[in-house]
Design a protein around this ligand. Structure first.
Ligand code: CA
Length: 234
């Protein structure tokens, strides 16, 4: 028997619920729905969803409080859905342990890509610490984790050590947005907090070395006000 991934959709808007159900069932996911925070709480603790899609604006509570309580005991992937366009909310959700976010309105392919990414990260056990090995390949971009080198169309991009660390960190979490603060803490340590400038300078150099057109990147994307996301591997 086929085992389907179970997705819990927490959303109070019936129309959007139906959209999720239609799209996800058509893509072979098992879908369960919760329309309030209270329902979500009981389903999360009794139904073992593989991914939770969590609307932040619920009738009985703020979705972020659900995220907080889940993170006290579980690393199950949570993708936050928000109508809010404020970057502050996205960053807050990511800092509280959300795996990713999508902003309404969003397309089907974006939704499915976020879910695939979240499931892949769970399977790889990336919530535990772990240094990636092997290679990351996406189009002409290759990250060789064993040699600590990045190649573009077969040519060594000549990244500095810090540039390599940034790219390999993004590659380890490919498809997922990494916040500026998270990257800075991982590369330079906690004392560099609140200084995005050094990261921006490094990213400009990385793009000059790996992108055909740094102004229209095809590998590393900027999520304005939030952070960076590298393309998913092939
Ligand atoms: Ca809502």
């Amino acid at each position: 028997m086929e085992i389907r991934d179970r997705i819990l959709v927490v959303e109070d808007d019936k129309r959007i619920c139906n959209f999720f159900r239609t799209v996800l069932e058509a893509n072979n996911y098992d879908v369960i729905l919760a329309q309030t925070g209270a329902e979500a709480h009981s389903m999360i603790t009794s139904q073992c969803p593989d991914v939770v899609i969590l609307d932040l604006g619920l009738p009985d509570m703020d979705g972020l409080s659900i995220l907080k309580s889940v993170r006290e005991w579980s690393s199950m992937p949570v993708i936050v859905v928000s109508a809010r366009t404020h970057e502050k909310d996205k960053v807050e959700a990511l800092d509280l342990g959300a795996d990713d976010y999508i902003t309404k309105p969003f397309g089907t392919s974006e939704l499915l890509a976020r879910i695939r990414t979240a499931l892949r990260h769970t399977r790889m056990g990336l919530n535990k610490s772990g240094v990636p090995t092997g290679t990351f390949v996406s189009g002409g971009l290759v990250i060789d984790y064993d040699k600590h080198r990045v190649f573009v169309d077969g040519v060594d991009a000549g990244l500095t050590q810090n540039e390599y660390k940034i790219v390999s960190l993004l590659g380890k979490y490919a498809g997922k947005v990494m916040t500026y603060d998270y990257i800075i803490r991982e590369i330079w340590g906690p004392n560099m907090k609140n200084d995005n400038r050094i990261l921006r300078v490094n990213m400009a150099n990385i793009r000059r070395k790996i992108e055909r057109n740094p102004a229209q990147p095809q590998y590393v994307f900027t999520e304005v006000g939030v952070g960076y996301r590298i393309v998913e591997p092939d």
